[in-house]
Design a binder for this molecule. Structure first.
Ligand code: MOS
Length: 758
């Protein structure tokens, strides 16, 4: 936890089950969608969404819907036009996951846009009435994706002012003279987050004070965004996220429907709860946009890379500047003197995409790590040996050192556990009865992010402690880490620590994103525990104190006592007094301006900075291995085994760390073989879990996540890196590389289906 962790019981670093686990598995845990009992007086909302992708609404026929028993009101743009003030996208200095405002006019900008909000006494009545609403449209042509007439290609730098394409050396000339060259196009599809808990909102007014329950991973952005939309003081708005039933990268900022539910609650004078359908969640929120890449890689005879060109395009909406940037990671992964990147966005008539776990790395490393494997085949080299030759301690783009670079240690540990040595190099040469067997590997890398956070820490005279801040339990285990950390830092049992999260009434903490939760919150907790110890030590060592004359810096909180190094100490009740002691810690990452960071945090803005404090490049690393079986006659593809070895700084709870990594790896299997949102025209055609495929237990093979030691004293003061997103990255490439090894077929477009290899 802090410099003294080794001297305490040291629960951090040891495996511990999730403290909220029993509530979750017994059904006691309450989610935002659960707050709908009749005793609360809650009315229920349902959405009507557009069936055209672009055009105008010319009329509504509401008669049948209004006849449904229990219907209270049907709101359309005729009711809400002008009622919601514009706010910008979170990534553009605002608060929203889309700046588009449904129900603001008769215009339709994408398929599945909200065009009416029905409120009724029951969810069943609301859904029945929503189904009975008839909308008349005047449709206009819509561009649904790459190459559609009307799609507009723009340079990333024109959409995102800070973006710069990379140009180092002369990549074209180096490609020309390279001994070996790979040039290939890679494609990844649209993917949608499908957490179990849907994108729900409950809004209740008490006079002019609004309380919203929504499973968001940034309550602060929802609070400030709603206040701006509805002309309220942020202090009038309380947002509670409670537990979050999964997100995969969704639920990341203010939703488009939140203000509409709040307005409906205001006009009806009672709480309103919206639980949209799974189908609607494909268009009222965000998604991982499709991408395509051209990679050109040149190498000399020994395998040293001499040139890398990565050109990439991803889709975005007409109205938001959200674009995935990823070539800055692929450009910095391997030593190479000549590098050029070019990234473009293609604007189409769809809802705005958003982050989906490891937003750029999942598609961008699919491209690069497939190309590296292709180069290994072209050179007749082992793909791990090729990566070792091109390993680098220095970022080839910025020239800065990596704070640690255990990439090849991950490959070594993973290869050993996976049994890479039994791989027969020639594609198509391994067999198991009717199955062709392939072994493939790929790298996983991700820059470390860290953010400012404030946190209240309280220690009571009875040895109870409370940790509270407006961050969120997204299922990653942060509640458990905070309980363990407070137990270590304050010398009390884990069971005596209460952790409170997910509520804007608590001290501000930022978005649960970018794998920054552990780095940021554990830093704030260490600060808070240190402040408490300091207050107590000062009092005890001061004049008249029981430990007077001792150096306050040497006192520790252990086993419910404040103790000096030789063992003399005083009980907690005496040290903290009858009131207990409380502090609010304000952590700001090294290298960030304190005032700016805290102002942004308290204002609901996003403020992730990079680990390494600007001096070093700090990444988490991993090596992914896949064994794939492809049926020689049917082409059926089964993943038999996945092994991943990961280095992500200091690991605070190996159990939850491995759980996150394992989950990510299984999700990566989905990314390789299953997940794809199909677009026809400009609409999603498989928006449900029957037709949008995600890995189930039957798909999930033997999965092993290994932790590779990665002591890093430059990344941040505690040596933490975070690993929420590391597990999924590179799995798609490892599987595609294994499919090539099994069959000799190089599949460059995901997902890989049996028709690709049959
Ligand atoms: Mo990441 S998509 O911010 O969880």
């Amino acid at each position: 936890m802090d410099a003294r962790a080794g001297e305490t019981d040291g629960r951090l670093g040891q495996s511990h089950v999730r403290v909220e686990g029993p509530d979750k598995v017994t059904g006691r845990a309450r989610y935002s969608s659960d707050l709908t009992g009749p005793e609360s007086g809650t009315a229920h909302a349902a959405l009507v969404t557009s069936t055209i992708a672009r055009g105008r609404i010319t009329g509504f026929d509401l008669a049948a819907a209004e006849r449904v028993p229990g219907v209270l009101r049907i709101f359309t743009h005729r009711d809400f036009a002008g009622a919601v003030a514009p706010v910008k996208h979170l990534m553009a200095g605002g608060y929203a996951n889309s700046s588009h405002r449904p129900l603001d006019s008769d215009a339709v900008a994408y398929a599945g846009q909200i065009v009416a909000l029905v409120v009724a006494e029951t969810l069943e009545a609301a859904e029945a009435a929503a189904g009975a609403v008839t909308v008349a449209y005047a449709a206009e042509p819509a561009a649904g994706g790459f190459d559609a007439p009307g799609a507009e290609t723009v340079r990333l730098a024109d959409l995102k002012p800070h973006h710069e394409d990379i140009a180092r050396g002369d990549a074209e000339a180096a490609l020309h003279t390279a001994a070996a060259r790979i040039e290939a196009r890679y494609e990844t599809p649209v993917q949608h987050h499908n957490p179990i808990e849907l994108f729900t909102t409950r809004a209740a007014w008490d006079g002019d004070r609004l309380t919203v329950h929504e499973p968001t991973r940034y309550v602060g952005a929802v609070q400030h965004g709603l206040a701006a939309q509805l002309g309220l003081d942020p202090a009038q708005v309380r947002v509670v996220a409670g537990l979050i039933g999964g997100h995969f990268g969704s639920k990341f900022a203010l939703s488009q429907h939140t203000a509409l539910v709040a307005l409906a609650a205001k006009r009806l004078g009672r709480p309103v709860s919206l639980v949209p359908s799974r189908r609607q969640c494909f268009t009222i929120a965000n998604y991982r946009p499709e991408s395509r890449h051209t990679i050109r890689l040149g190498a000399d005879r020994t395998g040293r890379f001499t040139a890398l060109v990565h050109e990439a395009e991803t889709v975005t909406s007409r109205f938001d500047p959200f674009v995935m940037e990823g070539a800055e990671v692929t450009a910095s992964l391997y030593a190479c003197p000549n590098i050029r990147t070019a990234e473009r966005a293609v604007r189409v008539d769809r809802n705005t995409p958003g982050p989906m776990r490891a937003p750029p790395e999942v598609p961008f490393l699919f491209a690069l790590e497939s190309a590296v494997d292709e180069m290994a085949v072209a050179l007749g080299m082992d793909p791990i040996a090729l990566r070792r030759i091109n390993d680098t301690a220095v970022d080839p783009v910025s020239g800065k050192p990596f704070s640690t670079r255990p990439l090849m240690a991950c490959f070594a540990a993973g290869a050993r556990a996976f049994g890479w040595s039994r791989r027969v190099p020639r594609p198509g040469s391994m067999r198991d009865g009717p199955w062709r067997v392939g072994l493939g590997c790929a790298a996983s890398v991700r820059p470390v992010k860290i953010a400012a956070a404030t946190m209240r820490v309280r220690l009571g005279p009875d040895g109870s402690a409370e940790v509270a801040c407006a961050h969120h339990e997204i299922g990653n285990g942060i509640t458990t880490l905070l309980a363990l950390g407070a137990a270590d830092g304050l010398g009390v049992p884990v069971e005596r620590v209460t952790v409170r999260l997910g509520d804007t009434d608590l001290p501000a903490a930022g978005i649960s994103g970018g794998s920054s939760t552990t780095t940021s919150l554990m830093s704030a907790l260490a600060l808070g525990c240190g402040q408490i110890r300091q207050v107590l030590a000062q009092a005890a060592t001061g004049q008249g104190g029981r430990l007077a004359g001792r150096d306050p810096g040497t006192l520790r909180l252990v086993g419910g006592r404040l103790v000096a190094p030789e063992g003399t100490g005083i009980p907690l009740a005496e040290a903290v007094g009858s009131e207990g002691v409380e502090t609010v810690a304000a952590f700001v990452p090294e290298g960030s301006d304190r005032e700016t960071a805290l102002k942004g945090l308290r204002g609901g803005h996003i403020g992730l900075s990079l680990g390494g404090a600007g001096k070093a490049v700090s990444w988490g690393f991993g090596a992914q291995f896949a064994e794939v079986h492809v049926h020689a006659e049917t082409g059926e593809i089964r993943v038999a085994r996945l092994t991943g070895a990961f280095a992500a700084g200091r690991i605070l709870n190996p159990l939850t760390a491995k759980s996150q990594l394992t989950g990510g790896m299984i999700w990566g299997l989905g990314s390789a073989l299953l997940e794809e949102t199909v677009i026809d025209g400009a609409a999603y055609r498989n928006p449900d879990l029957a037709e949008y495929l995600v890995p189930t237990a039957a798909d999930a093979p033997e999965v092993e996540a290994l932790l590779v030691p990665d002591p890093d004293d430059e990344v941040d003061a505690l040596g933490l890196k975070g690993l929420g997103e590391l597990g999924i990255i590179g799995v798609n490439a490892a599987i595609a590389n294994a499919v090539h090894h099994a069959t000799g077929r190089r599949i460059r477009s995901l997902p890989i289906r049996l028709e690709d290899v049959a």
